[in-house]
Design a binder for this molecule. Structure first.
Ligand code: ADP
Length: 263
């Protein structure tokens, strides 16, 4: 599986990155009206690492993923991905840098009028210029990997939530992103479907070199896959460390309060 998914390192040499950093946010501020959602935020993610953002609802976690996806823009600050600036940057550069990033959303966001196969081939063909045959061959490999090889011709509405989320994961990976952003990807699933999707993500984390940035309320999952956990409160990182440190021996009172409410 690793060769299927991992980004071609020759095209993105590590020397392009400073200190192996793949993502860097510097002094990023984001406001919605009077609401300062991210407040002068600095953090970075090393290539190949799995970083989980935890913290109370409304603390700005999803906004960070949306900034990286360029679904919204910061008011101030700088965002760099793989040594190239994503913000501020000209539109053409933003489009190029954006190709390095894939995202899986809470609500799947599949194209309802397209088959499962077409959902996965659409962006590789239209954005990357991949041939239809190559995109389809890769989509079939990915569907096999996520356990849905027999669903190529199905429409999203014919699938369970768990199956739709597997298709969304395959769709994100089809672009061979260097970074996979996961935004509470099991929150909309029926409880019995959650474990299967988390197991798939655990496999991807274990067997590929893809960098992951996750927002999740699944603390056991966060503990399993994370190299680093960042605890957010009111748009700031108030504590960060290994999962062992954050979950077993948090230093900040707010982290302790939050964890005792969710664990
Ligand atoms: P989290 O993911 O930690 O729950 P979010 O990043 O979703 O937090 O939201 C942080 C804050 O930003 C919340 O107060 C939310 O209401 C606000 N917010 C997010 N998106 C918008 C938007 N498009 N317009 C106005 N406010 C927003």
């Amino acid at each position: 599986m690793s060769t299927d998914i991992q980004h071609n390192p020759e095209k993105n040499p590590a020397e392009n990155r400073s200190n192996g950093e793949l993502i860097r946010l510097e002094q990023v501020t984001k406001r919605f009206g009077d609401n300062t959602v991210l407040d002068n935020l600095d953090f970075s993610v090393q290539a190949g690492k799995h970083v989980t953002l935890i913290g109370p609802s409304g603390s700005g976690k999803t906004t960070i993923l949306r900034l990286l996806m360029t679904l919204t823009k910061p008011d101030e600050g700088r965002i760099t991905v793989d040594g190239q600036q994503l913000f501020p940057a000209p539109e053409k550069q933003i489009r190029e840098v954006r190709k390095k990033i894939g995202m899986v959303f809470q609500q799947f966001n599949l194209f309802p009028n397209m088959t499962v196969l077409r959902n996965i081939t659409e962006a590789p063909v239209t954005v990357l210029g991949m041939s239809k045959d190559e995109a389809e061959a890769r989509a079939r490999e990915l569907l096999d990997m996520v356990g849905l090889a027999d669903k190529c011709d199905a429409r999203p509405t014919q699938l369970s939530g768990g199956q739709q989320q597997r298709v969304a994961i395959a769709r994100a990976l089809a672009m061979r992103p260097q970074v996979l952003l996961l935004d509470e990807v099991t929150s909309a699933l029926d409880p019995e479907l959650v474990a299967g999707v988390l197991d798939l993500l655990r496999d991807i984390a274990r067997t590929t070199d893809i960098t992951m940035l996750c927002v999740t309320h699944e603390m056991n999952f966060a503990r399993d896959i994370s190299d680093q956990v960042l605890m957010f409160d009111s748009g700031r990182v108030i504590e960060s460390g290994t999962p062992e440190k954050i979950f077993n021996d948090p230093e900040n009172d707010r982290t302790r309060e939050f964890l005792s409410a969710v664990l």
